[in-house]
Write a protein that binds this ligand. Sequence first.
Ligand SMILES: Cc1ncc(COP(=O)(O)O)c(C=O)c1O
Length: 397
Amino acid sequence: MTRPAIDALPASRIREVANAGLGRDDVLAFWFGESDEVTPQAVRDAAAASLQRGETFYSHNLGLPELRQAIADYTSALHRPVGVERIAVTSSGVSALMVAMQMLAGAGDEVVAVVPVWPNLTAQPAILGAQVVRVPLAPRADGAWALDLDRVLAAVTARTRVLLVNAPNNPTGWTLSRAEQQALLDHCRRTGTWIVADEVYERVWFGDAPAGERPPHGRACAPSFLDIADPGDRLVVVHSFSKSFLMTGWRLGWLVLPPAQLDAAGKLLEFNSSCAPVFVQRGAQAALDLADAFVPGLVQRLRAGRDRLHDGLARLPGVHAARPLGGMYAWFRIDGEADSLALAKRLVREHGLGLAPGVAFGPEGEGWLRWCFASADLARLDAGVQRLAAALEHRPA
Ligand SMILES: Cc1ncc(COP(=O)(O)O)c(C=O)c1O
């Protein structure tokens, strides 16, 4: 018998849609959150050289000291200075999230989550037996989603162990403003609540900070809790190499923690994965060396994909989408289509178009669809839009 909390976990709705297209090679799939570009050559070379050197052994729980230092330097260049005693390397962003949850939320603890959100964030505390309280973002008339700050502040009380927030947000593209961030931090300081901030899309950001909030380094980056928090604040920031460095298959991420929590993270890492593979970490070091040369170009390509897809969707009658400020997803709804799972399955089966149903991100996402625009090939996005147009013309009565 598995535990009831595990039996209660929903199966992935994105997989359910993908299964509807199984065995077909004519499906244009935009359902997963990754680019179709391969990892930069220098990163692959560094990992290959590591393997050639025979770096095939167990290593430090918290990550290679030189990679941790490189992450601390990278983080400090983007935000307030962060010391190496606050960095733990993890085997993926999703594993970083799990370690953060294991560290902070146990059976019966209350975790407040801003939703809709990538389902792993809310599944993890549920697996641990915590009670997840969902606080929805609200769709605005223009299709963009916004935080109901008062509602979050009312939900987070002295009973709340963790506030879980992902911004830039997967799936909606919503991003926290500096003022909202400050309000959440101030409130959580008062209630004694931990903030777990999933900032894996911080560099995949298309906004310009308002005057007065622009970082002196000039690098494009979404507002981060690390810009305003003190080292000792109850804040854990979750990161990944997947999105900004095209390294989804490498499975590497990191945590930024208060120094007092580093030992706990090290213990948990021992019991989860023991350590990340050394050759993968060597690749990650090369990625950080490349950051200033590589990330701006990637963001430019993602911006082109975002604009191409958004313009295409905006031309379709009855389709409502806002241009997202961050992340790599168009998030939209179609008049008369309330059942996102049925629609996504029909799009795959009848039109060869693979999208993620909004309900995969929680009941708040019902009626919406998510489309990953991280494609280096803009013509592929155009072809997808044509398939959607055809599907809308030939709707079942
Ligand atoms: C919001 C969010 N957080 C974390 C992750 C985890 O990334 P990874 O496990 O590939 O590092 C993802 C991946 O899609 C994500 O969308």
